[in-house]
Design a protein around this ligand. Structure first.
Ligand code: MBD
Ligand code: FE
Length: 305
């Protein structure tokens, strides 16, 4: 990192330079660019929602138990001052890199999602991850996601219906999809991609049906040049998520589902670094009946609110 990168990251993290709702398009590749953009996006979402109300008792319980777990690890493994200082400098650097959203969504969010949605009867959800952007271009019924004229990758037709748990179709349901391109990059978090590339919203027809044309994403590698990448290398882990489509599906009077869908037999579908794969979320696309590429049908079932 150069001094200017660090100043930019600090300014972003403290909100002194940018008060805008939309993060600027990154100009450089790598951890600093995607981390700063993800941090900025999270901060604007959080300031819009006002954040959770702090219940003193709850903060006391949760923080005390997290600290007790840390103390227990220090004692059990006889953690040294050298290791304590290594931890301190790593934690400082995660913030400077803007990688707290990435770190938390990869290693913590899956358990929060599990607890939040354990009583759902409809379709399975999974983690949102750090790269959602609200307000993507919207289309009726059947559409292609915004993409470049020469967008690389295998064409994919993704279609299905949205119903309530009792089987009632949900016309007007909104299916928001976002995903990495065939090189594993997300628009808004990597340089050189059109603003809404591979991000769009399709509104279901009168039968609750939708059809989305896109291209199959590549597996995603956590940036290797930032703090999360350094942790992964230091621990001897791998840095990969399997190829995935992100979705948010919503309809009036129903609970929104945030989910991801994966592809049977693809790399890392059995060892996702973010622990976000569930068997119900693995697609098995077939050869397209018309045109090139693949097609797959997946229906969403929403729980009443
Ligand atoms: C991703 O694309 C993602 O979905 C998650 C959860 C974490 C890092 C990158
Ligand atoms: Fe993702």
């Amino acid at each position: 990192m150069t001094d200017t990168d660090i100043e930019t990251a600090v300014a972003t993290a403290t909100g002194t330079a940018t008060g805008t709702a939309v993060a600027p398009l990154p100009e450089q590749a790598g951890a600093a660019a995607s981390g700063a953009a993800a941090t900025e996006r999270f901060r604007s979402k959080q300031s819009a929602s006002g954040g959770a109300a702090a219940d003193t008792q709850r903060v006391d319980t949760l923080v005390s138990e997290v600290l007790a777990a840390v103390h227990e690890v220090v004692r059990r493994h006889r953690v040294s001052y050298a290791e304590y200082d290594a931890l301190k400098s790593w934690l400082i650097q995660v913030g400077l890199d803007g990688e707290w959203p990435l770190f938390l969504d990869v290693w913590v969010e899956h358990v929060v999602e599990e607890v939040a949605n354990e009583d759902r009867r409809g379709s399975k959800g999974t983690i949102e991850g750090p790269y959602y952007v609200p307000g993507s271009p919207s289309f009726d019924g059947a559409a292609a996601l915004p993409m470049r004229a020469d967008e690389p990758g295998t064409p994919l037709l993704f279609q299905g219906r949205v119903t309530s748990v009792d089987g009632t179709p949900l016309p007007g349901a909104r299916i928001e999809m976002w995903h990495a391109d065939a090189d594993g990059f997300y628009s808004r978090y990597a340089p050189g991609l059109p603003e809404w590339n591979l991000r769009g919203t399709v509104v279901a027809d009168e039968r609750g049906g939708f059809a989305i044309r896109t291209v199959e994403p590549a597996p995603y590698q956590i940036p290797t040049d930032g703090s999360c990448g350094r942790l992964i290398a230091a621990a001897g882990w791998h840095a990969w998520r399997p190829a995935h489509l992100h979705l948010k599906v919503s309809a009036p009077g129903h609970q929104l589902i945030t989910t991801q869908l994966y592809f049977r037999g693809t790399r890392h579908v059995d060892d996702d670094i973010a622990s976000a794969v569930k068997p119900e979320l693995i697609l098995a696309p077939a050869a397209a009946r018309s045109g090139e590429g693949h097609e797959v049908t997946y229906d969403f079932v929403l729980d009443p609110a």
